[in-house]
Design a protein. Structure first.
Length: 489
């Protein structure tokens, strides 16, 4: 049963009206549907930085049928936590005492098999790789890769078949580029070692793909162009897979379509859409667009993309076949600010749920913050491309998450005026879109973030009446208020 009352879907007037906000508010969940699991930030100790938030990586990771997360405080202390989703099953794994190091000491968490890896800064060893098996005694430094207080810098930390694979950056003396090394770890000192050196005259781009049980890296060089590299965590399995371009280019976007990886290569002035199955023969260019392009996702055998119009005032929704070519424009999204200066539309986030694609579209302004952000859904057709809600967060540093639960519900953050973001939900129609909770009524909102699912509940962090950020949860199957079942149009 969908959460909300059945109303006519119809065509929405895209002028700045609040009628859909009043309708969505009428479908809001009553107090108590979302609840705080545990106080993880003692009142007065904040602000807290949740591990992974500044990196844009997962803040809640799953291992041993539990969720793990880290909290970092301004006094230089950190705590590794785990939870089974209940207050009594939420506890500190290991607490790190304050040190004169600015936060966050604990970086992003990555679960590999039954272990959780993270980089952690300690005065004696610098920033190095740590691991935890979920117990205090089993939480320890893996290996001091840069002996003494010198730090090691990790990138593309990826779980592959129960092992951790990552890229280590080794600074080089000017004017040379840093060196890049591929490493693997099983969580032990002896099982943590360098697999391969990447070519010294290449730069490793900041995006990567995991395809066919291997990490795929994009390397660029002014003299040798742009090359896709592959590593499965072994020396023999680390090699250049395919040259993508003769120039030193950037990869602007990556995504997945089942067992395929997708990416957009900036071959200025064109944006090339590629796919890879992890083989040289299966790494192919699908299509090219003469404008900035973002991947939205795939439905069936079609890839959907957003491209900016030549005058930078509109966003076109296009599709191409996974078999290559067949470029088709689906629709053009409205921009009520098109005649105002620097009002360029762009995609913030995307996800897929219930056979539909969801995305947030922002419209830029003359300042750092967007002037508008709205949530959209598409089934791949013009008629099935609709705006579900606006505004989402209008901040220049905090974007609304889009989290797809396994039952097709999408969780996001929004408000009625863009100022006070709270958790919202949708099942893909405006009549099944509403506010999940008003966790922090008043000036700032609760700014929910870090959504993750365990069982039939979604978990997230929110700023609540404690005055700090805490761990919250809600059921993914929402019925608020009780109403007739509604078809997903």
């Amino acid at each position: 049963m969908a959460c909300g009352l059945s109303t006519s879907e119809g065509d929405e007037d895209l002028s700045r009206t609040d009628s859909h906000v009043r309708e969505a508010s009428a479908r809001a969940c009553p107090p108590g549907v979302a609840s705080r699991i545990q106080v993880v930030t003692p009142p007065g100790s904040g602000p807290v930085i949740i591990s992974g938030r500044l990196l844009g990586t997962d803040q809640l990771v799953s291992a041993q049928d539990r969720l793990f997360f880290g909290t970092n405080f301004l006094d230089g202390s950190s705590v590794l936590w785990s939870t089974d989703g209940t207050p009594q099953g939420t506890a500190e794994v290991k607490k790190f005492a304050p040190v004169p190091i600015g936060p966050p000491r604990m970086g992003g968490l990555v679960a590999a098999g039954a272990q959780v890896f993270f980089d952690f800064h300690d005065p004696a060893t610098g920033n190095e790789l740590w691991v935890s098996n979920g117990t205090e005694a089993g939480t320890h430094l893996v290996k001091d890769l840069s002996p003494g207080p010198e730090s090691t810098w990790f990138h593309h930390i990826t779980a592959l078949d129960g092992l951790l694979v990552f890229v280590r950056t080794v600074p080089g003396a000017a004017p040379h580029f840093p060196r890049y090394e591929v490493w693997r770890s099983d969580g032990t000192s002896t099982g943590t070692f360098r697999v391969a050196d990447l070519p010294s005259d290449f730069q490793v781009r900041y995006v990567s793909l995991t395809v066919d049980h291997a990490l795929h890296l994009f390397l660029s060089s002014g003299s040798q162009g742009t090359v896709l590299w592959r590593t499965d965590g072994t020396t023999a399995g680390t090699f250049a897979l395919k040259k993508l371009d003769a120039s030193n280019t950037y990869v602007n976007d990556v995504s997945h379509a089942g067992s395929l990886g997708l990416f957009v290569l900036d071959d200025s002035p064109n944006a090339e859409v590629w796919k890879t199955d992890g083989t040289q023969e299966g790494t192919l260019r699908l299509e090219s667009f003469g404008a900035p392009t973002r991947l939205i996702g795939t439905l069936g055998s079609q890839v959907y993309l957003a491209t900016v119009s030549s005058d930078s005032r509109y966003l076109h929704i296009n599709r191409v076949s996974l078999n290559g070519g067949a470029k088709t424009r689906i629709t053009t999204l409205p921009n009520p600010y098109a005649d105002e200066p620097e009002a360029t539309p762009y995609i913030q986030r995307t996800t897929r749920a219930g056979g539909k694609l969801y995305f947030s579209m922002a419209i830029s302004s003359t300042g750092p913050a967007p002037r508008e952000v709205s949530l959209w859904v598409t089934d791949g057709t013009a008629d099935g491309t609709k705006r579900l809600h606006h505004p989402l967060s209008l901040g220049d540093e905090y974007f609304s998450p889009l989290f797809a639960a396994t039952n097709g519900t999408v969780f996001f953050t929004a408000s009625t005026d863009g100022l006070y973001p709270e958790p919202w939900f949708t099942r893909g129609t405006r009549s099944t879109t509403g506010q999940l909770a008003d966790i922090s009524p008043g000036t700032y909102g609760s700014a929910p973030d870090g959504f993750a699912q365990r069982g039939d509940h979604v978990f997230f962090f929110a700023h609540d009446d404690t005055g700090e950020t805490q761990l919250w949860s809600a059921p993914i199957q929402l019925i608020c208020p009780p109403g007739p079942a509604e078809s997903e149009e």
